[in-house]
Design a binder for this molecule. Sequence first.
Ligand code: ADP
Length: 187
Amino acid sequence: MNIIIFGPPGAGKGTQAKNLVEKLNSFQVSTGDMLREEIKKDTEIGKKIINSMNEGKFVEDEIVNNLLQKIIFDSNKKNKLIFDGYPRTINQAKNLESLLNKSNQKIDYIFFLNVNKDSIIKRIERRKVLEKRSDDDANTILKRYDTYMSITKPVLDYYSKNHNFHEIDGSMEINDIYQKIEEILKV
Ligand code: ADP
């Protein structure tokens, strides 16, 4: 089973992805985490990535799509993918569809965690203290939210027509959200 967890920054995608990975014995595909790993390697690409991240912009599709390709064609991970933070652009959504087609896979469920702007800002401000991410400062959060609204929202509109699309109130408690997901998946 392949699942997309979709939602604005700070919606709790990573948290729910981790729950599902444990339950379904799957693999989390967090492009944010993958990009942070690239930054640690201190390469030229890493420098490009950190600049985009800290400006609240998306990293170039080409960089992200390349990172993704390896995972989709990894036979150990086939049909065990939990996407968290990908796709975020229409181009990425189309790329994902084409890679999945080529590897005889599909998306089985899409969960949209819907959270309003004020809650997001509060949540990320709290996370800043815990995780010390350089892109979690107040200005960057607002830019990330704007980027989400202008570039990622169209992906949501694109997916919302699918029969396997489910919207969940992401402002609920972590466990309640997870319970809803389990109910839908019947696991
Ligand atoms: P959040 O969902 O809270 O924004 P992430 O860790 O998923 O946190 O992403 C952090 C940053 O990494 C994004 O603001 C963006 O710069 C970059 N990033 C993550 N995923 C993608 C993606 N699919 N395409 C482009 N940039 C991405």
